[in-house]
Structure formats: structure tokens, C-alpha cells
Design a protein around this ligand. Structure first.
Ligand code: NAD
Ligand code: GLY
Length: 356
């Protein structure tokens, strides 16, 4: 078992990475009341194993239909009503068994049920294992915007079993790799090189390579979150590629491209902005594109989408401050920073040849 600690004083917690589910904290095994939240796909694969962890508890299961379309106020209310109808008290432990959708939704319920109860993350997608299960951002979507209603609520533990990635569809695995590659570009050139050198083992889901890669990402995220839990500064770096990526997702309609696919293209667009500023060399941009393509990720915006199509979404981005667009851009290879001086004119100049 490999362990990473998220250091947040009294709200600190361990991320345990293993090839089984056996590392549940002893105190959680003793929980008197447990509710597992999952969806039919993940429950069909892993619920039996997870139920065994809580043989000493009063246990109920609630399944939400699969997909981003269900990260809603309706699902939130459904779970709250379920908890109330079954008379669960503040002692209840909520268990999020699934990808980022289940994790974000369950976390937001945990933040608000009776003003806050404990929750455990058992992330089952690569994206959730390297990103969404760590750091305590929880949310549901509103028709007017993704993740617009939420709270910071840290889990009490993150339990990662890398074996579950063997059942994950390849496209979902690739989407998670976009977030993994992002970490190399934020602050770790050596990790980027390691990904280049180990791409075949990663694609073959070699246990040791997956464990090393996931632990490395969790460690980077844990360190950033420990220093800046509520995104007053440094945490925004984790959004590298996301300003462009969110625009692609919203323009196409959520679900057409996976989040990680849109982020992959967003990483390339950020790199091209840095190239034009002289912060990256052409061969460095080419390295980024090559690694993304190696994992079957898109590197060009959807056909027909122009920079004018991006702008309305960029202006709605959560990072916009005092009316200034803010981007995370590589300031050199393997280091990124937050900038607020990108103008519309610069965007039109850099992406003058189109993007698709
Ligand atoms: P997801 O939760 O929709 O899971 C993707 C698909 O894989 C689903 O169909 C799911 O049922 C299936 N699945 C999950 N695990 C499986 C397994 N082991 N085997 C087979 N199928 C499996 O998508 P996601 O990419 O995990 O998460 C996306 C969500 O995460 C978005 O809502 C996004 O906003 C959120 N997110 C949150 C944060 C954060 O910090 N909280 C960060 C990044 C993304
Ligand atoms: N996924 C970005 C963050 O957790 O801050």
C-alpha cells in the first residue's frame, strides 16, 4: 500500500493506493451507520466488495442513474430525502463509490446533510483517482453552469484500488490521462519525461506504473491543496487547460467530448499561447502534442469552432476577476503560472489559422 497525506490540520486525511480495497481506516470500519452512494454500472462491478467492508454497520445503498446529467439538484434532493426517510443521524458515513460525478454529488450532500457529515471517497475512474476525489471540491450542476453550486468539504479518507481501472472503458482511461499529463506541465518536467518513457506500461495497466503515477499526482495535488485549500491562489494552477476545455464542453453540449478530452485540447491551446509569448519552444509544444496523441487524446478544437466561439465561455469562467480573463499558462516547460493580461486581440492573433 502507498499512502499520501493531505495535511489540513484537524481535517487531514490519508489517500491509500493499493490493488484491493483492504486499507479502510480502522475507525471507519467501526461506523455505526453507512450509506453507499453509487450508480448501477459501478455498483454492478464493485458493490459486493464494498459492502463487505461495512459488515459491522447499519448499511443502506442508494443508486443514482449513470452520467453527468444526474449531477443535479434533483439527485441531491433524492439522497437527502433518502437519508431523512431512513432516519440517519449526524453519525452517518456517506461512501462515494464511483467516478467524479458520484464523488462530487455525494460530497456536496455530505457538506450539507444536518450541516455536515463524514464522507469517504472510493474513486473508480482514473480522473477521480488523480484529481476529483482529492481536495474537497464538491458540487452539482445548474442549467446555467457546470459545478455552479457546491462547497469545500474534505473526505475522511480516499481509498484507491488501481485494479478497478481494468473495467474502465479505454476512452475514460484516456480522458484521465489528460489530467495526469497536466500535472507534469504545472510543476514537474521530470514527471512529464517519466510519462513519455513509461507510456506503454501505463497503457498496459502495469500495476507498479499505475501506482507510481497515481501516487505522484495525488502527492502534487495534496501539496497544493494543503497550501491553498479554497483556491485563493496556487490551487488555480490545477485548472491548466480548463479555461479552453470548459468552453469546448459547453459549446458542444456536455457529454459530447469527455471532460479530459476537452482538457487535452485546452492544454495544447495554452501551450500555443505560451509559444507565441516565447515562453515555450516549438519542440516543447510538439512533445506535449505527441504525448497526448499517444493516449488517443484530441489536440485540436472541434471542427468549425473558432476563437469567437470560445470567447463567451472564457468570459464566464470562474477565474475571471475584475473583468479580466485569467489563464493558467506554461511559463516554461514544466512550470505554469496564472496570468491576467491575455487580451482578445492576442487570442485572435495566436489562433488566427483556426483551431480544428
Ligand atoms: P464519471 O463519474 O461520469 O465516470 C465516467 C464513466 O465511467 C461513467 O459512465 C461511470 O459509470 C463509469 N465508471 C466509473 N468507474 C468505472 C469502472 N471502474 N469500471 C467501469 N466503468 C466505470 O466521470 P469522471 O470522469 O470520473 O468524473 C467527471 C466529473 O468529475 C465531472 O462532473 C467533473 O466536473 C468532476 N470533477 C471534479 C473535480 C473536483 O475537484 N471535485 C475535478 C475534476 C473533475
Ligand atoms: N480540479 C481542480 C481542483 O481541485 O482544484
Amino acid at each position: 500500500m502507498q499512502k499520501v497525506d493531505v495535511q489540513l490540520g484537524q481535517r487531514s486525511y490519508p489517500i491509500c493506493i493499493d490493488t484491493d480495497f483492504n486499507d479502510l481506516n480502522a475507525e471507519l470500519v467501526q461506523s455505526k451507520q453507512v450509506v453507499i452512494v453509487s450508480n448501477p454500472v459501478v455498483a454492478g462491478l464493485y458493490l459486493t466488495q464494498i459492502k463487505k467492508l461495512f459488515s459491522k454497520s447499519r448499511l443502506e445503498i442508494i443508486l443514482i442513474p449513470d452520467g453527468e446529467a444526474y449531477k443535479t439538484l434533483e439527485s441531491f434532493e433524492l439522497i437527502q430525502s433518502f437519508l431523512l426517510q431512513h432516519q440517519f443521524s449526524r453519525e452517518v458515513l456517506l461512501v462515494a463509490l464511483g467516478g467524479g460525478v458520484i464523488g462530487d454529488l455525494t460530497g456536496f450532500v455530505a457538506a450539507t446533510y444536518q450541516r455536515g457529515v463524514r464522507f469517504l471517497q472510493i474513486p473508480t475512474t482514473l480522473l477521480a483517482q488523480v484529481d476529483s476525489s482529492v481536495g474537497g471540491k464538491t458540487a452539482i450542476n445548474h442549467v446555467l453552469g457546470k459545478n455552479m453550486i457546491g462547497a469545500f468539504k474534505q473526505p475522511v479518507q480516499v481509498l484507491i484500488n488501481t485494479q478497478v481501472l481494468s473495467t474502465l472503458p479505454e476512452r475514460e482511461f484516456a480522458a484521465g490521462m489528460a489530467e495526469v499529463i497536466k500535472y507534469g506541465l504545472i510543476a514537474d518536467q521530470d514527471f512529464f519525461t517519466w510519462l513519455e518513457q513509461n507510456q506503454h506500461k501505463i497503457k498496459q495497466k502495469d500495476d507498479a506504473s499505475l501506482a507510481y503515477m497515481i501516487k505522484h499526482c495525488c502527492q502534487m495535488k495534496a501539496d497544493i491543496v494543503s497550501r491553498d485549500e479554497t483556491e485563493q491562489g496556487e490551487r488555480a494552477l490545477l485548472n491548466l487547460g480548463h479555461t479552453f476545455g470548459h468552453a469546448i464542453e459547453a459549446y458542444l453540449g456536455y457529454g459530447s467530448w469527455l471532460h479530459g478530452e476537452a482538457v487535452a485540447t485546452g492544454l495544447v491551446m495554452a501551450a500555443k499561447l505560451s509559444l507565441s509569448r516565447g515562453w515555450l519552444q516549438q519542440q516543447e509544444v510538439d512533445r506535449i502534442i505527441k504525448l497526448l496523441i499517444a493516449f488517443n487524446l484530441p489536440t485540436l478544437a472541434p471542427k468549425g469552432m473558432t476563437i469567437s466561439d470560445f470567447l463567451p465561455y472564457i468570459k464566464l469562467d470562474k477565474k475571471v476577476l475584475n473583468d479580466r480573463m485569467r489563464f493558467v499558462l506554461p511559463s516554461r516547460f514544466g512550470v505554469s503560472k496564472l496570468v491576467d493580461d491575455v487580451t482578445e486581440q492576442e487570442l485572435f492573433q495566436v489562433f488566427t489559422d483556426g483551431l480544428g
